[in-house]
Ligand binder design. Structure first.
Ligand SMILES: Nc1ncnc2c1ncn2[C@@H]1O[C@H](COP(=O)(O)OP(=O)(O)OP(=O)(O)O)[C@@H](O)[C@H]1O
Ligand SMILES: [Zn+2]
Length: 491
């Protein structure tokens, strides 16, 4: 089986062949750290986290790099509003990023370069572009001369002439913020320092880098001149990725990336969820509702990654239901494994032990996901297994035995757990997650009530009262209903 990926550059699905056998160099454009991440950012991060996990499961050694943009007007504006520094703002939201992503079970990248740490590489690239005639200085600013790069537009399929025809109002030569450009399509590689803004020394005077050059520099510094996979949201195809190509390829004469992959946007009422439009829900707001983080992953993975997806309450509710089903399957071993005698068997899961002519669960899963990361297809395979296990669990509870032999169920369950993990989906048994805020779990409270009932039976009222009072002190009230029945509630 071969992995096929849709390449934005060639506009078709291609079989995936890394530059170096068994190794994948992968770069994802990360966030601009000026606010909490919203569900749109979550989608981008979850999709590429899952792609990376899948490549690893397919046996590749993946070097995954994702940047943080920590120099930017939006960060500066916030710092001004809050009377603090650019570093303080970006540091705060980078920390928040890690907290949110950990909750969503997004694995950490191999490296997280930041613009502020990449200035040498950035300046080196700008110098090289200038030397080769692709960049010009204008009064402390440096611009990229878009018309010098013949391949400009090859990723987005946009031609400069078309852009120009439809550009009225969009790209204005007399743009008051960038009046030094020779051509409206040129973009800033380096911006001269404005009063009271952070700046760095450079051959063009004090200033700070433009956004696009940052990624070209980080890719080159961290991964090399040509990488295997470059990813990001579809909103970055133009101009960000087009400009990255123009910068990097003008210097090296080599392809920047062999496969360009883009995920679709999370939308709200048909519009991109974005901070600037104010139509966003942050990851933390959503998780604190509470929505299970695994349901958020499912919401993302149930959609084809390239298509836009609408964020609605119904969609989240449906993902939550889906997670419930999957979770029951994932906890099957925890709930019934002992009863089925798994502990006494030699647990040698052999996923490649299907009936003659039948595909293993892993093979079916791989067949689906190999087709341009069709995670939804992979999930459909897992849902079937989870539903089968749930049914067997019910039969076991009601009839004392299962229809399918225990060893076969064990094999199915182990495959399910392994493959769900490839998608970053993991379930915790209730008892382990259910640590009440009072320090006592439901199970522990029930046990104490039982102990109190025993004490009352033997007329040890001192002990029974003490148990009641101790629980009361911990915010748990017992109500004796008569007939030896005691109910309880947290205050
Ligand atoms: N609504 C969205 N759906 C999916 N991905 C998104 C969405 N918004 C941003 N992204 C992706 O998140 C990553 C980080 O983007 P960045 O920090 O530049 O956000 P942004 O586009 O400035 O967000 P906003 O428009 O909300 O300010 C990029 O890969 C971008 O494509
Ligand atoms: Zn980028």
């Amino acid at each position: 089986m071969t992995l096929h990926l849709y390449n934005t550059l060639t506009r078709r699905k291609e079989s995936f062949e890394p530059l170096e056998t068994g190794k994948v160099r992968m770069y994802c454009c990360g966030i601009t750290a000026y606010d909490f991440c919203h569900l749109g950012h979550a989608r981008t991060c979850i999709v590429w986290d899952t792609a990376r996990r899948y490549l690893q499961w397919r046996g590749y050694d993946v070097n995954y790099v994702q940047n943080f943009t920590d120099i930017d007007d939006k960060i500066l504006n916030r710092a001004r509003r809050e009377g603090t520094s650019m570093e303080a703002v970006s540091e705060r939201f980078i920390d928040a990023y890690f907290e949110d992503m950990a909750r969503l079970n997004v694995k950490e990248a191999n490296a997280y370069p930041r613009a502020t740490d990449s200035l040498d590489g950035i300046k080196r690239l700008v110098c090289e572009l200038e030397k080769k005639g692709y960049a010009y200085e204008a009064d402390g600013d440096v611009y990229y001369s878009v018309r010098r790069f013949d391949d400009y537009g090859k990723l987005s399929g946009r031609k400069l002439e078309d852009l120009q025809a439809g550009a009225s109002g969009r790209v204005d030569v007399a743009d008051s913020t960038e009046p030094k450009k020779k051509d409206p399509f040129d973009f800033a590689l380096w911006k001269s320092a404005k009063p009271e803004e952070p700046c760095w020394e450079s051959p063009w005077g004090a200033g700070r880098p433009g956004w696009h050059i940052e990624c070209s520099a980080m890719v080159r510094d961290m991964l090399g001149e040509t990488i295997d996979i470059h990813t990001g949201g579809s909103d970055l195809v133009f101009p960000h990725h087009e400009n990255e190509i123009a910068q990097s390829e003008a210097i090296t004469g080599k392809s920047l990336a062999r496969y360009w992959l883009h995920n679709g946007m999370v939308k709200v009422d048909g519009e991109k969820m974005s901070k600037s439009l104010g139509n966003f829900t942050t990851i933390r707001e959503l998780l604190d509702r509470p929505v299970d983080p695994m349901a958020v992953r499912l919401f993302v993975l149930m959609a084809q990654y390239r298509k836009p997806v609408d964020f609605t309450d119904d969609a989240i509710a449906s993902a939550t239901n889906g997670w419930q089903t999957l979770k029951e399957g994932l906890l099957f071993g925890h709930n019934y494994g002992k009863e089925l005698g798994w502990d006494n068997q030699s647990p040698t899961p052999t996923p490649s032990n299907p009936l003659q002519g039948e595909k293993t669960i892993a093979q079916q899963f791989q067949e689906a996901v190999d087709d341009d990361l069709n995670f939804a297809g992979g999930l459909a395979v897992l849902f079937e297994v989870a539903k089968g296990l749930r049914r067997e669990g019910n039969i076991l509870v009601h009839q004392g035995k299962t229809e399918t032999p225990a060893s076969e169920l064990e094999q199915q369950w182990r495959s399910l757990v392994e493959l769900a993990e490839v998608l970053g989906l993991e379930a915790q048994p209730e008892a382990e997650t259910e640590v009440s805020t009072d320090g006592l779990s439901d199970g522990e409270i029930e046990a104490l009530i039982q102990q109190r009932a025993e004490a009352r039976k033997t007329k040890n009222f001192e002990l029974s009262d003490r148990i009641r009072d101790d629980l009361q002190a911990q915010g748990i009230t017992l109500i004796d209903q008569g007939g030896g029945v005691t109910t309880w509630h947290r205050n």
